[in-house]
Structures are given as structure tokens and as C-alpha cells.
Design a protein. Structure first.
Length: 370
């Protein structure tokens, strides 16, 4: 898979141009990225945690990609170079240093750079020491802001990841019953996701524990009367889905559980009515907070949601600790919930939406029933 671009090279070039606009505004001669998700975002290719690719974009628009072992084809790059990631099939433990050495050779072939953008959160000293005379500028926020607007190639892989959760929920309805092991549920759902995607997942996330608000699967059997929150976040080619459904383990939800479920489901009507580009996320949060506070049973004190993409929690944040504003092209996960001991812990429902000029497009049209 590493030799085949996971994103459209033409759209990667468009993303490079958007980054170039920001570089011009900040007076940057170059940007160097080392985070695998940013290498993929800008060049189309992704490698797993064992390797240390990097990319560099000059103000002239020229793009370098440094990749492990073998050059890739059809990358959105003008210069593709490699470093030795393995010696006689043994992985080297100095991947970052090896990749940076190739970058150093490239830098020495051009005039000195005065201002260079780096990801301060992840850039290693192997790169920074190559730029002793340059002013180093943090571009983490710039890259995260650019990632909010999803291009068609990104939406394609996001939709595929979200479709996999639909297959996982169909499987869940078949296998969840009193006495089933959480580990067996997890295994069955992973099989459904891999079959749906047609290849290995790049992330398994999120919550597979029964009778609690979340957590990894345990060596534990589900009990009659419990509610099972399945908050699923498989990643396909680096892009994360994130949506949730709740199931009554014995198929017989109680009247209090149904009352809470109806109240949670109605919260989506509020969100879908008011959410559109230009609306403050805090305003959406407050509308839903007031609605859930009027529930006949249960309580809620969590966030309402967040963006999804190359990381499981991205901007915009439907959370009062941020003051984000919805933008066209955002993909958001919205997750109202109600919890309480009388609900056998509680329930959470989560949908994924694309923010369009006209409002929200539902990306996770799967049954909501308990």
C-alpha cells in the first residue's frame, strides 16, 4: 500500500498551494513536515509507525518527499529521495536521523533558508540542527487549520471508514446477547470492518466495553439488562470515522432507557436545524445542553462533539472550552448522551456529518434503535 498514493496527487498539489498561501503570509522560505499524517496530506503517501518519512515544501512550490527504502510512484512531489530504513531486513532504530540526513543533503544544494516552518509538536532535533542560521516558526496551527476543509479525496476515504462502522453495527446486532464476551464482540466487529474496507485498518478505536461509558474490550461477558455503548472509530487509510450506537444486551430496553433514548435522538433535530457555516459551536453546544438538561431521566456533562479526519479529535470542537465556528468542508462527529445508574450506566448516540453551504449532510445513516 505504501507504493500507491492513498490520496489524489492532484488534490495534494492543491493542498500544497493552500499551504504556500499561508507561507507567503508568514514570510516562510520553506516548511518541513515529519508527522506521518502531514506527509500523507501533502504528498498522498503514508507509512506506519516503524518509519520516518518527511516532506519539505519550498516557497517556489518545489516539493521534496523523503521515504523509506524505495521511491514511490505518482507522489505529489518534484523530488523523491529515499533513506535506508532496513539493513538486511532488520529495521534501523535511527529512522529519524537517517531521513534527516537525506533532507540535509537536499538543503545543501540550495541557497540558505532564512525562515522555515516546522511542526514544533513533533519535529525532532535531527531536523532543527540542519537549520542553525534559520529562524524557526511553528506551523502546527496552520496545518491543523488547513486540514479542516476536507477535499473530495479525503471525503472518499472518510466515507469508506464510516461505511465500515455501518457493517460493524449490523454485525453487533447479530452477536450481542447475554453471555457474549466483549473480546468476541470486538473480534467480530474488526472482521466486519476489515471486510468492508477490503484491507487492513490503520486504526481500531474506540469503545468496546459493555455496561460502562467506554473503554477497550475486556475479558468479561455481557449481562442482561445492560446497555452496550459501541463508539466506533476505525481508520481507513489514515482517516478516522467516529460514531456511536447503543444496544440493549437482551434486546429488551426498559421504559426509562427508552425515554432517555428518545430524548437523546431528538437532540440531533436541534443540531441539524441550526448547524451551518458561520454558526458558533458554543451556541450549538448550549442548545443541546439545555435540551438534555430537560430529560426525564439521566444527566450529561461531556462535550457534544468534534471534527474528524487524520486524527480522531480535530477542529472544530463542539465544546465550551473552545470558541470554534463551523466552516464549509468540516466533518464533525456529534454525540449527545445521557448517563445515570437507573439507565444501567447510560447511552450515547453519535452521528457523523459533513458541513455544507446549506447545512449538515448525514454521513452515518444507520439505525439508531436500542
Amino acid at each position: 500500500m505504501n507504493g500507491v498514493p492513498l490520496l489524489d496527487p492532484a488534490l495534494c498539489r492543491a493542498r500544497q498551494r493552500r499551504l504556500l498561501d499561508r507561507m507567503t503570509g508568514r514570510g516562510l522560505d520553506a516548511v518541513v513536515v515529519v508527522a506521518p499524517e502531514h506527509v500523507q496530506y501533502l504528498t498522498g503517501h503514508r507509512w506506519d509507525f516503524r518509519f520516518a518519512p518527511l516532506a519539505a515544501l519550498l516557497a517556489s512550490g518545489r516539493m521534496l518527499l523523503v521515504c523509506p527504502d524505495k521511491p514511490v510512484e505518482t507522489a505529489a512531489a518534484d523530488d523523491v529521495r529515499t533513506y535506508e530504513a532496513k539493513w538486511k531486513s532488520t529495521l534501523r532504530t535511527d529512522q529519524r536521523e537517517a531521513a534527516a540526513a537525506v533532507l540535509g543533503d537536499w538543503l545543501r544544494s540550495m541557497p540558505p533558508l532564512r525562515r522555515v516552518g516546522l511542526e514544533f509538536a513533533s519535529c525532532p532535533p535531527h531536523v532543527t540542527r540542519l537549520l542553525p542560521d534559520a529562524e524557526l516558526v511553528d506551523v502546527d496551527r496552520d496545518l491543523l487549520a488547513l486540514r479542516r476543509r476536507k477535499d473530495p479525496d479525503e471525503l472518499l476515504v472518510l466515507r469508506r471508514a464510516i461505511e465500515a462502522t455501518g457493517a460493524m453495527y449490523r454485525t453487533a446486532r447479530e452477536v450481542i446477547r447475554p453471555g457474549v464476551s466483549e473480546l468476541d464482540v470486538f473480534s467480530a466487529l474488526q472482521t466486519a470492518a476489515v471486510t468492508s474496507c477490503g484491507e487492513m485498518l490503520t486504526g481500531t478505536g474506540n469503545d468496546y466495553a459493555c455496561g460502562v461509558r467506554g473503554g477497550p474490550p475486556r475479558d468479561r461477558r455481557c449481562q442482561a439488562g445492560e446497555l452496550y455503548i459501541l463508539d466506533l472509530g476505525p481508520a481507513y487509510r489514515g482517516y478516522f470515522a467516529d460514531n456511536a450506537r447503543t444496544f440493549a444486551v437482551d434486546g429488551r430496553p426498559t421504559e426509562p432507557q427508552l425515554a432517555a433514548w428518545r430524548h437523546v435522538c431528538n437532540a440531533f433535530e436541534l443540531v441539524e436545524r441550526i448547524a451551518r457555516p458561520g454558526v458558533r459551536c458554543r451556541a450549538i453546544y448550549e442548545e443541546v445542553r439545555a435540551w438534555l438538561a430537560s430529560a426525564p431521566i439521566g444527566s450529561w456533562s461531556s462535550h457534544l462533539g468534534h471534527g474528524i479526519g487524520l486524527f480522531v479529535h480535530e477542529a472544530p470542537h463542539l465544546n465550551p472550552n473552545w470558541d470554534d465556528v463551523l466552516e464549509e468542508g468540516d466533518v464533525i462527529a456529534v454525540e449527545p448522551a445521557l448517563y445515570g445508574p437507573e439507565l444501567a450506566c447510560g447511552l450515547r448516540i453519535e452521528n457523523d456529518y459533513l458541513v455544507t453551504a446549506a447545512g449538515l449532510e448525514l454521513l452515518s445513516p444507520f439505525p439508531l434503535d436500542l
